[in-house]
Design a protein around this ligand. Structure first.
Ligand SMILES: [Zn+2]
Length: 608
């Protein structure tokens, strides 16, 4: 997938006060001053120099153990060496304190801390330097001075291969450096360096830049821009807010495995497989709306439990059902408003989301809040079993729909999820306050509906009560019709952690897969001759009963097997959303407002 072979750069260690490509600058002693050198793209090696201003003699430097994904990833595993010097270039003592923290002594007149780090994890959550490009989630490679995390930060890049350009939402200074008011803001700003395509546009009073790293024949920049115009216009009008002047969209469309988006306050980075981009442009739209809406929900409308971020360990929050799930709900309404989604598809996706939750037996044992707390376990295949966990994305998106309907019912159509979000934006985000997890959502929903909604939060957010779907959908004249369908069943459940191999989580006892020798814990390398990638789950879902499936596996002791068996079948519960009998004028009016994600005007609701 490389279409560009850069000039090879020699592996060179960085000297204190190294020459920079743009302008040689004296190191700044007012701020922490980072230089990231792209020393060896072939070997994925980056060298970092951190110039610390004058201060205490002893300083500590910490590399985060997590960022972006709610998973401890221990980025320090990639640090090859560290060293420190004083301003005159004399070595300073460095003492390792734990797996991710270092202490230097004798730094009272300033010091340079240097290290080499291996970076080859692709995707919006990762950091990668390759002969093709560099993309940095900066928290993965930049240590922070523990005593100055809130102080201003400066950043420059050196050894940038000829012809490569830099794109980042960081503030650009005239001397080729970038600045941020503190470390959190610095690492909330992804960086792409390479030969990307770029476009820009204005919409809703803001300026937008679009950075695409992909084969040019795999996408149409004009179509992407047209979609982005719609998204930005619909989202800012839905929130009646635009808390930024400029915003940046980063896209990677690799031919191989990809997937996922990462939100930031002033940008988003999204990776999608090139085939998906051309075959299903609606996927690009829906991922983008979700990530864009995060600039409010989670970045600015932020749970207290995520602040201040503790980069040294897990940050437990009960709010991901809202911060992630309800971001998807808001994204649904924004797509409906912008014409990117229509009523039949919206209701179809809603019904299949309900089926997804109902089919996971863990919906009776794990609440939406517990699923949020357990986000940190998602890297483990056993945890992802349908009888062990639910998804806070899935249940959270449905809870967003139900909360919207509950608020409409309680307020006689005068309020909706839109008012809940706007209330939280006004009363928390814009005041610089963080909300107290689910209690903060409840507070907002009760404020806009003037009703006690405690029952909703007790039963469905903190609890695992079965959801009486039709009690909620009646208000908009719909009901859920339950059915069964016979679905192909390969006899096992397998899943992937974002960039890890596909692992078998469970094998159905007595199934053909069981008889063929497939075991929980096996890694799946190939399915029907095709290497496992982003589309493998869809490929598995597309199987027909009676087909022969060939699976290449690696067992836990490293042994590889090729297994064949006949795909069986199982009966699945299915759902459809249909009109109730005799839809009333009141239900019709409420549904029309629901499909626009907005409250009814007083006249519409008085006609009841
Ligand atoms: Zn998200």
């Amino acid at each position: 997938m490389n279409h560009f072979s850069p000039r090879r750069t020699a592996l060179r260690s960085i000297l204190f006060g190294a020459l920079i490509l743009c302008t040689a600058l004296a190191p700044s002693y007012a701020a922490t001053d980072y230089t990231i050198s792209l020393v060896n793209p072939d070997k994925h090696l980056v060298e970092v120099q951190i110039v610390l201003p004058e201060g205490p003699a002893q300083r500590e430097l910490q590399l985060p153990v997590w960022n972006a994904l709610y998973q401890v990833r221990d980025f320090s595993q990639y640090v090859n060496w560290v060293r420190a010097k004083d301003r005159a270039g004399r070595p300073l003592a460095v003492r390792k304190l734990d797996k991710s923290r270092w202490q230097i002594s004798g730094a009272e007149s300033g010091a340079a801390f240097e290290y080499q780090i291996y970076v080859d994890s692709f995707g919006p959550f990762g950091a990668q330097l390759s002969p093709h490009h560099a993309f940095f989630n900066l928290a993965q490679i930049l240590m922070y001075p523990v005593d100055a995390r809130d102080a201003p930060m400066l950043l420059r890049f050196s050894h940038v291969p000829d012809g490569w350009h830099i794109a980042t939402p960081l503030t650009s200074l005239p001397d080729c450096r970038f600045s941020a008011e503190n470390y959190d803001r610095l690492v909330d700003s992804p960086v792409e360096i390479g030969t990307f395509q770029e476009s820009d546009f204005d919409e809703a009073g803001g300026h937008f830049r679009v950075i695409v790293d992909a084969e040019s024949r795999d996408y149409d920049m004009e179509k992407i821009d047209a979609t982005l115009h719609k998204i930005v216009a619909a989202a800012t009008s839905w929130m009646d807010d635009r808390p930024f002047d400029t915003y940046m969209f980063f896209y990677h469309f690799p031919r191989g495995p990809a997937g996922g988006g990462m939100e930031h306050s002033f940008s988003t980075a999204i990776d999608l497989n090139a085939d998906v981009v051309s075959r299903a442009p609606e996927v690009l739209a829906s991922v983008t709306v979700h990530e864009f809406f995060h600039l409010w929900n989670v970045k600015r409308i932020r749970p207290q439990t995520l602040e201040p971020v503790d980069y040294t360990k897990e940050n437990y929050t009960r709010a991901l059902w809202f911060s992630e799930g309800c971001t998807s709900t808001a994204a649904d309404f924004i797509q409906l408003r912008s014409g990117l989604l229509d009523e039949p598809h919206f209701e179809q996706e809603l019904a299949s989301g309900i089926a997804e939750l109902e089919r996971r037996s863990a919906h009776l044992t794990q609440s939406a809040e517990e699923s949020s707390l357990d986000a940190w376990l998602e890297g483990n295949a056993y945890y992802r079993r349908p009888d062990r966990s639910i998804s806070y994305y899935n249940k959270g998106e449905l809870l967003g729909i139900l909360l919207d309907l509950a608020v409409r019912a309680a307020s006689h159509g005068q309020a909706s999820l839109r008012e809940v979000f706007q209330w939280m934006n006004q009363n928390y985000a814009r005041k610089g306050r963080f909300f107290p997890d689910s209690d903060g959502v409840r507070e907002a929903a009760e404020a806009v509906s003037h009703t006690d909604l405690g029952w909703f939060f007790v039963k469905y957010v903190a609890g695992t009560d079965e959801i009486p779907w039709n009690d909620f959908f009646r208000g908009v004249g719909l009901h859920l019709v339950e059915g069964t369908s016979t679905a192909a069943d390969a006899g096992f459940v397998a899943s992937r952690n974002f960039d890890s191999p596909m692992t078998v989580a469970a094998v159905t006892a007595g199934s053909e897969a069981d008889r063929a020798g497939l075991q929980a814990g096996d890694t799946i390398l190939e399915i029907n001759g095709k290497a496992v990638g982003q589309e493998s789950s869809q490929d598995l879902a597309g199987l027909t009963a009676g087909d022969t499936i060939t699976v290449k596996t690696r067992g836990r002791r490293g042994e590889e097997h090729e297994l064949h068996w006949k795909v069986g079948s199982r009966s699945d519960i299915t759902y459809d959303l249909r009109d109730v009998e005799n839809v009333t004028a009141e239900q019709r009016a409420r549904r029309a407002a629901w499909l626009k994600g907005e409250a009814q005007s007083p006249q519409q609701s008085q006609s009841r």
